[in-house]
Design a protein around this ligand. Structure first.
Ligand code: UDX
Length: 442
């Protein structure tokens, strides 16, 4: 099928490349000329395992192309995915300016049947607004007063891609959710995803939009639950890893997203929880549970900082080494990374911060000031008064801890992701603090 993706950011790009990979003819559009010319040369602007190879392959076999022209993308395609950004406004609402703008432009170039599909995470009822915007911006000959009729449909098809495993998630989805209002729209979406043989959940547009918000909010709730539990574990001398294992083996609960740590970050959870709180509020229901989820997430970072401050005693002038900056492993994304708040809080107290991240240092350098970036974990540990593990990158599990220990000035290790939970750190001469391991005397 001929498919257009408008917006070649994270979601748009992964979707476009993967749809080409499963056999469709895809054109991806974006207003950013630099980005498009890079993509045309087969270079991706983000770090995402496996994506660049698929991009190159599908550029070569000509199933994938890039353009800055929405007109070209619209004219060529039957299905048009809107995958532009929906940033948070100050009050937590999603800012839908870009979505409206794309809907207006697509409408203006429509000359035969199109299915316009929202891929961006949008509040319920956006589908109706997109349909109305399209109707009002169709070429003049198709407007209501004139006789000619142009058929189109709007659908919702939320994404559930995790950064770092987005290609894998796209190719092996747990489910594909489609919100449609016509049989034709449903058939087109079934056709698009047929090669993946997915479990399809077909519903109306409002429900599809809610599924996305509900899923992310629920996952964020799971994380805040386990993080609260980690606080109790620390106080009672229990081990959150064993508690999570014991809970997670119950199929009704599941072990996933029960990793206690320093709180969730990224481009989705913080923004989506905010947006869902606002959506519910506007609908007349104060979703207080989610407000608490958000508060616990902030508190988890603050309590980690407090622990470091307590144990260091005097923070001013101390050298703090940080391993891992990205909001999670396998990405260079620093958006809402807990590392930002934690580092800035310690800097405010006068700490000197050295840091290393396998891929996120370039992005971190745009946000964090006065941090000395190091070439690896050992260089970071050198001369440090303590070391903080803030992202659980695979390479950290394999570190030579003896070497780390001897490089440090004071061997204090704060493991914000419980990376070293199974190592005997005391025997190696470390003073070690994990999260929720019951080892912190209060
Ligand atoms: C998320 C959703 O998982 C995905 O379905 C959605 O479409 C986009 O948002 P992503 O933001 O890429 O994906 O990351 P995810 O793997 O969900 O992790 C989000 C944050 O939660 C990270 O900061 C991670 O470190 C944290 N997390 C995750 C925990 O602290 N504990 C866990 O057990 C799991």
């Amino acid at each position: 099928m001929n498919i257009a993706i408008i917006g070649s950011g994270y979601v748009g790009l992964v979707t476009g490349v993967c749809l080409a990979e499963i056999g469709h003819k895809v054109v991806c559009a974006d207003v950013d000329e630099k980005k498009i010319s890079k993509l045309k040369r087969g270079q991706i602007p983000i770090y995402e395992p496996g994506l660049e190879e698929l991009l190159e392959k599908n550029l070569k076999n000509k199933r994938l192309s890039f353009t800055t022209s929405i007109k070209e993308a619209t004219k060529k395609s039957t299905a048009i995915f809107i995958a532009v950004g929906t940033p948070s406004k100050k009050n937590g609402d999603a800012d839908l300016t870009y979505v409206e703008n794309v809907a207006q432009q697509v409408a203006a170039y429509m000359d035969d049947y199109k299915l316009v599909i929202e891929k961006s995470t949008v509040p319920a009822e956006t589908g109706k607004r997109v349909a109305r915007t399209i109707r009002m911006n169709l070429p003049p000959k198709y407007r209501k007063s004139n006789k000619k009729v142009l058929e189109f449909d709007v659908a919702s098809n939320p994404e559930f891609l995790r950064e770092g495993s987005a290609v894998e998630d796209f190719m092996n989805p747990d489910r594909v959710v489609v919100g449609v209002e016509s049989k034709k729209a449903e058939e087109i979406l079934r056709e698009i995803y047929k090669p993946l043989k997915p479990h399809m959940v077909v519903t109306n547009i409002d429900s599809a939009e809610l599924i996305k918000h509900a899923s992310n909010s629920f996952l964020a709730t799971k994380i805040s639950f386990i993080n609260s539990l980690s606080q109790v574990c620390d106080r009672l001398g229990a081990d959150v890893l064993k508690v999570a294992e014991g809970m997670g083996l119950d199929k009704r609960i599941g072990r996933a997203f029960l990793n206690a740590g320093i709180g969730y970050g990224g481009s989705c959870f913080p923004k989506d929880v905010d947006a869902f709180v606002r959506i519910s509020e506007k609908a007349g229901y104060p979703f207080d549970l989610l407000k608490e989820v958000r508060r616990i997430n902030e508190e988890q970072k603050a309590s980690f900082v407090k622990l470091v401050e307590d144990k260091l005693w005097i923070v001013k002038g101390k050298v703090v080494g940080v391993l891992g900056l990205a909001f999670k492993p396998d990405t260079d994304d620093m958006r809402s990374a807990p590392a930002i708040d934690i580092i800035e809080a310690l800097q405010r107290e006068g700490a000197k911060v050295k840091a290393y991240d396998p891929v996120a240092m370039a992005n971190a350098g745009k946000i964090l000031k006065k941090v000395t970036f190091c070439r690896d974990a050992y260089a970071t540990a050198k001369g440090c008064d303590c070391l903080l593990v803030l992202t659980e990158w695979e390479e950290f599990y394999k570190l030579n801890l003896k070497k780390i220990r001897s490089a440090m000035r004071q061997p204090v290790l704060f493991d914000g992701r419980n990376v070293f939970h199974d190592k005997n750190l005391a025997a190696l001469g470390f003073e070690y603090y994990g999260v929720g391991r019951g080892t912190i005397e209060k």
